[in-house]
Design a protein around this ligand. Structure first.
Ligand code: CA
Length: 232
């Protein structure tokens, strides 16, 4: 079992899992690692829980499709969501990410892998995260990308991005105007072990464009990839 680590202090996990042996083992492990855990076994119960920092969401629930739960959660908050997939759910992985999930793990997953992914998606809600320091943010026209606080503002108004959307935008913003290939993006924004369909990148680009209100912020370079454009 992992020793308690600083980032877990005060982090509230919502575990949505109807397989009781899996749930019991996860609750024990997460609590031992210092997380506060609320466990529910249905989608309906999950949607009734508020004030959580990260959601672990099983895809196959007795009362609702996990995808619908994900969509509902995403419609009402930017809470990081990690989907718990069954082996071979290739189509569902992509769909889950398109529905607004931040990441996924495939059963049987290691506890260590799950915690690593939780750490990655909850970085922006770490208790020690500083208040947005506009002076420290990268400024691209009306767009401000604050990597320290993991926040994006457009014309001074905060844009609510999921963790992966933020990572993707921050990656493109690291060198505005430079073309990043889909492979570069998948390797840096997802991880080196991600060899899923590149359609995932397009889905995230579409989501960011929609939130920024102008498709020109992210320009597609046919057959190559994407680059951060500028919208004045
Ligand atoms: Ca299940």
């Amino acid at each position: 079992m992992l020793p308690p680590v600083r980032h877990t202090v005060g982090v509230h996990v919502l575990l949505v899992e109807d397989d009781i042996p899996i749930a019991v083992s996860l609750v024990d492990g997460l609590q031992a690692a210092g997380y506060r855990v609320t466990h529910v076994a249905t989608g309906t119960a999950a949607l009734a829980v508020t004030d959580v920092d990260v959601v672990l969401l099983d895809l196959g629930l007795p009362d609702m499709d996990g995808r619908d739960v994900c969509r509902e959660l995403r419609a009402r908050s930017t809470v990081p969501i990690i989907m718990l997939m069954a082996r071979g759910d290739e189509f569902d992985r992509v769909l889950g990410l398109e529905l607004g999930a931040d990441d996924y793990v495939t059963k049987p997953f290691s506890f260590r892998e799950l915690v690593a992914r939780m750490r990655a998606v909850t970085r922006r809600v770490a208790p020690l995260a500083p208040v947005t320091d506009v002076a420290a943010a990268q400024v691209i026209g009306p767009l401000q990308v604050d990597r320290r606080a993991r926040r994006v503002r457009l014309g001074g108004v905060e844009v609510a991005l999921t963790a992966k959307e933020f990572d993707l935008l921050a990656y493109l913003a690291a060198d505005p105007g430079a073309v990043c290939t889909r492979t570069d993006i998948l390797e840096h924004v997802w991880d080196v072990n991600w060899y899923g369909p590149t359609k995932t990148v397009d889905a995230h680009v579409a989501a960011i464009r929609k939130k920024l209100g102008d498709a020109q912020w992210i320009e597609a370079v046919r057959g190559v990839g994407f680059r951060l454009g500028s919208v004045q």
